[in-house]
Design a binder for this molecule. Structure first.
Ligand code: SF4
Length: 125
């Protein structure tokens, strides 16, 4: 039987890749060859760490949980419009360079815009 920390890591990776669909807790433990008791403990632990969201769901007449990732895996689309990718100053830009991401207005505006979009997707205001 795999160690609990390995299972926790594998579970988190699997859940992260389910994106908006999530996965039924029972299906996940079957895939990871874990007992439902072990699985419940791990999913509660992941939820307490703020890494997943558990949503109660009635499935085939029994209450279970669907597990959703709180963070989506990074994709190229998430940085496709980053100003650094097309910046004419990028060659001179660095932490200790003439230009720096630490005080770049274009980068700051882009990050603020991203944060707002993410908040809107999650229903924050
Ligand atoms: S941090 Fe600013 S100056 Fe540096 S590469 Fe990105 S957009 Fe250009």
């Amino acid at each position: 039987m795999p160690k609990r920390s390995d299972l926790e890591h594998k579970a988190l990776q699997f859940i992260a890749n389910t994106s908006d669909k999530g996965v039924l807790q029972s299906d996940l433990w079957r895939k990871l060859d874990a007992s439902s008791r072990e699985g419940s403990r791990i999913s509660i632990k992941l939820e307490n760490k703020g890494l997943i969201r558990r949503q109660r769901e009635l499935f085939e007449g029994r209450w279970t949980y669907r597990l959703f990732p709180k963070r989506k895996p990074a994709s190229i689309n998430s940085i496709i419009d980053c100003p650094c990718l097309t910046c004419s100053e990028s060659i001179r830009c660095g932490a200790y360079g003439a230009m720096s991401p630490n005080d770049c207005e274009r980068l700051t505006e882009w990050l603020i815009h991203l944060t707002r979009e993410e908040g809107e997707e999650q229903g924050d205001s």
